[in-house]
Design a protein around this ligand. Structure first.
Ligand code: CTP
Length: 412
């Protein structure tokens, strides 16, 4: 399940890192999750429920024994409707109480009552963390209850000690949450994703490029990683940071992209080409910056064709070749053009989109695509690029599964 559809309870323990839980809640809310917050009474000494109420636009569950709280929220309903419970910060005290199966405050009662996965983000003094009892409690929660743990990070702590004990970065907690919520249907699979534009130099300052932001490919790499794949991202110049933990190879030109891919595709199960590879590059790259004064009122740049990287991967297949997925950015006859690319480039699937459509294609955070293979055309309704990435991966998983159960080669 993507974060955007998940119901997440953030259970806040009483430690100095409680203020960072506000940033965690903000990031989860931004990712589209439905977030509800529960707090221990000690947590309320560090940060007020009002902050979380404002961030989530929902009442905050603070008191198990308050008629008002139970009437409005109800800890069992909260525990029942959660798809995931994140305990952040999970203090030594909270961890000990959870390991003992206690349920006498808002946080412990929800954690004990839920059947959803639980993610602990510990934060405490380094000696508390290293204490054998805390370590035993953590192991017990992991082994007996299957709780997952993210962090703690290593560094300078509020208590002036240095060592493990820092709450994991909120972005890393979000990533761990997304991973836990995702089906691990790409575990053991190697995926290669290319993304972004390529820049082909005219001189040291100018280039021929295109409007691709890299967002769709980066969303695919992140989603595949969350579903358990080992992902290599070959990324052209993009202002968007690559997903944390994804092995990224930065390239600039089509030639570099082709070279990086040639290496990365070895042993891959699937290759997804979202990169908007420049079809042409300047025939000559000037060593020095071209000067307007010397060029006069007109100039032309001779271009030569770049290799069609996807078509070369498709036509030179031999042995056990990876599933090949191409993209087709079109402004007219979308499906007909996608079908032509499917057969000309000998790939298994084309993700077609009408880049003329508002809220689809380059730069924006949403997309509307159609999945075109030899048998069918499937419309993926407009959604965030992350959501669209998951629908594309659903299809990739289905094709990889069909492949492994069928004896027939994927294509002649
Ligand atoms: N592609 C590629 N190498 C190129 C051009 C495109 O590998 N030199 C890949 C893209 O990554 C994409 C698919 O081919 O997966 C289709 O790209 P697109 O730009 O839509 O099509 P083109 O082949 O460039 O054809 P046209 O520009 O005529 O639509």
């Amino acid at each position: 399940m993507p974060l955007a559809r998940a119901k997440i309870v953030v259970a806040v323990g009483g430690g100095i890192a409680a203020y960072k839980a506000a940033e965690l809640v903000r990031l989860l809310d931004k990712a589209g999750a439905h977030v509800e917050v529960a707090m221990t009474s000690r947590a309320q000494k560090f940060i007020g429920p009002m902050t979380f109420q404002a961030l989530t636009r929902r009442p905050v569950f603070t008191d198990l024994f308050s008629l008002a709280d139970e009437g409005q929220i109800g800890h069992i309903q909260l525990a029942d409707r959660a798809d995931l419970v994140i305990v952040a910060p999970a203090t030594a005290n909270v961890i000990a109480r959870l390991a003992a199966g206690m349920a006498d405050d808002a946080v412990s009662a929800i954690v004990l009552a839920t059947r959803a996965p639980v993610l602990l983000a510990p934060s405490m003094n380094v000696n508390m963390w290293n204490h054998p009892v805390t370590q035993q409690n953590i192991r017990r929660l992991a082994d007996v209850a299957g709780y997952r743990v993210v962090g703690p990070g290593d560094g300078f702590l509020a208590c002036r000690w240095t060592g493990p004990g820092r709450l994991a970065e909120p972005a890393d907690i979000v990533e761990a949450a997304a991973h836990l919520l995702s089906p691990q249907d790409l575990a053991g699979k190697k995926l290669v994703v290319s993304a972004g534009p390529t820049y082909e130099a005219i001189d040291p300052v100018r280039f021929v490029g295109n409007r691709s932001s890299g967002k769709m490919g980066i969303a695919l790499a992140a989603a595949a990683q969350r579903r358990g794949a080992d992902v290599t991202l070959v990324l052209g110049p993009s202002a968007v940071p690559p997903p944390v933990g994804v092995q990224t190879r930065n390239v600039e030109t089509a030639a570099q992209l082709q070279w990086a891919l040639g290496d990365a595709v070895k042993g891959a199960d699937a290759v997804i080409m979202t990169a908007a590879v420049a079809d042409y590059r300047p025939a000559k790259e000037a060593k020095e910056k071209l000067k307007r004064g010397e060029l006069g009122s007109k100039m032309s740049v001779a271009l030569v064709a770049n290799p069609d990287v996807l078509a070369e991967l498709g036509t030179k297949r031999k042995g056990k070749s990876p599933l090949l997925v191409g993209f087709a950015a079109e402004t007219e006859d979308v499906i007909a053009n996608a079908r032509k690319k499917l057969s000309a480039k000998k790939c298994d699937l084309i993700v077609a989109n009408d880049v003329g459509e508002p809220n689809a294609g380059f730069s924006v955070d949403t997309n509307h695509v159609q999945l075109v293979d030899q048998n069918e055309v499937v419309d993926v309704p407009p959604a965030s690029k992350s959501e669209v990435a998951h629908r594309i991966l659903d299809k990739v998983v289905a094709m990889l599964t069909a492949d492994s159960t069928s004896r027939k080669p994927r294509r002649k």
